[in-house]
Design a protein around this ligand. Sequence first.
Ligand code: SF4
Ligand code: SF4
Length: 173
Amino acid sequence: MTDSALRALKNAYAVLKYATPLENTDCGTICGAACCSGNKNDCMFLLPGEDELVKRNGFTVCETQGNSGYPAVLCNGKCNRNARPLACRFFPLFPAVTEENGRIRVKAIVDPRASVCPLTLENVEIPRSFKRAVRKAGLYLTRDSEICAYLKKMTAELLEISELRSRLCGQKY
Ligand code: SF4
Ligand code: SF4
């Protein structure tokens, strides 16, 4: 991993260390911690270089499809929360990265893969403070070119899923 990637990842981890989707509330109490109820076959996608960080913290990394060639971390529904990967810190949002006229833009969007989360329902407003934290983490991440390219690619895929779902079901994200 390059110094630039390590710096970007560590800054993003720090920004999202205490940020949670609902202010002053453990959102896991409203859904039985649905997003952390995985078994040994569940995994969370890792960002470029993040596998090195999570391995140091005792996570098991595996190959996966659908993550642009990057690995994932196995999730058996329990982990050291302080060391959880970025995908878990962003959830149910994602830092969408687009480029317009050579300018990088970052926006926290609802991740269309997060349908297990009740906070993604249309009538629920995720607090701005959490959106801001996810965006800020995304801004740090774009400072590394490989991570930035990864986020742009994932963003395109997620927007495509959202668009398709919106056309098929009238569901908005
Ligand atoms: S599924 Fe959503 S509401 Fe439930 S614990 Fe995860 S982030 Fe919180
Ligand atoms: S890795 Fe940890 S935080 Fe992430 S989904 Fe699994 S149990 Fe939850």
